[in-house]
Design a protein around this ligand. Structure first.
Ligand code: PEP
Ligand code: MN
Length: 262
């Protein structure tokens, strides 16, 4: 993952789409897949705004075992259907190594969530699967630990790794996590991997998403992954941080203006 190994930086390839380099990648969709109608409406909305990846959790690694855990494999199927109907790529989380074969049938890219950043068996087996990976930063992980996690995937021969800064735990409670914008230039200096920003899980509140998105892009991030729900108020998970489709469409316009300026 080091910069020395690849001084010009790596570009990840996901089904013919490139992540890294000049073009920003926009990934968006609900926190969780909840129904066929919900995921299709989200897909249509984010596609119209310019996103090229549909996100949505089928397996949700929830902090409480009593919270909604996702639609599981049925969620993967609905994601694939909505993405195919709208011409989007699918990025979705796998939380265990034994899901990889099934998930690979439906996903173009696997997400490794913050809670699993150091699940080394999962990292190694995703490495062997060769499916492109979005590797989120652990809740309390240093950049060095995060890059070592990327190394676990790459050491198995999978170089299509994209890092995702999603906020880290600090003493601050005004936001859900603290977006570490510094991670962008540090990662760019030490590593060859593309890095995108997840302002949704960093902020935890929809009204802060715009500021964090623009800051991430101004800092040089290669894209954004944002939670967007047709009706955030009734979302089964992360209701407070999801944008409506019109809010997302307005945000993408501003992001484009900042990207053009940097
Ligand atoms: C998610 O993106 O659905 C998610 C659970 O995020 P994180 O792993 O960053 O908390
Ligand atoms: Mn979420």
């Amino acid at each position: 993952a080091s910069r020395e190994m690849c001084p010009d930086g790596r570009v990840a390839e996901v089904g013919g789409q490139r992540i890294g380099g000049k073009q920003l990648v926009l990934m968006a969709g609900p926190c969780a897949v909840e129904s066929e109608e919900q995921i299709l409406e989200a897909a249509q909305g984010v596609k119209a705004a310019g996103a090229t990846f549909l996100r949505g959790g089928a397996y949700k690694p929830r902090t409480s075992p009593y919270a909604f855990q996702g639609m599981e494999d049925e969620g993967f199927k609905l994601l694939r259907k909505a993405a195919d109907a709208t011409g989007l790529k699918v990025v979705s989380e796998v939380i265990s190594h034994d899901q990889i074969d099934t998930a690979a049938k439906y996903c173009d890219m696997f997400q490794v969530g913050a809670r699993n950043m150091q699940n080394f068996r999962l990292l190694r087996e995703i490495g062997r699967s060769k499916v492109p990976v979005l590797l989120k930063r652990g809740i309390a992980s240093t950049i060095e630990e995060w890059l070592d996690a990327a190394e676990y995937i790459m050491s198995e021969g999978n170089y299509n790794v994209v890092l995702c800064e999603r906020g880290i735990r600090t003493f601050e409670t005004a936001t859900r996590n603290t977006l570490d914008v510094s991670a962008v230039p540090v990662v760019k200096e030490r590593s060859s991997l593309p890095i995108i920003i997840d302002p949704s899980h960093a902020a935890g509140k929809s009204r802060y998403i715009e500021s964090l998105s623009l800051a991430g892009i101004a800092a040089g991030a290669d894209g954004l992954i944002i939670e967007v729900h047709p009706e955030p108020k009734v979302a089964m998970s992360d209701a407070a941080q999801q944008l409506t489709i019109p809010e997302y469409q307005a945000l993408v316009k501003k992001v484009g203006a900042v990207a053009a300026a940097v």
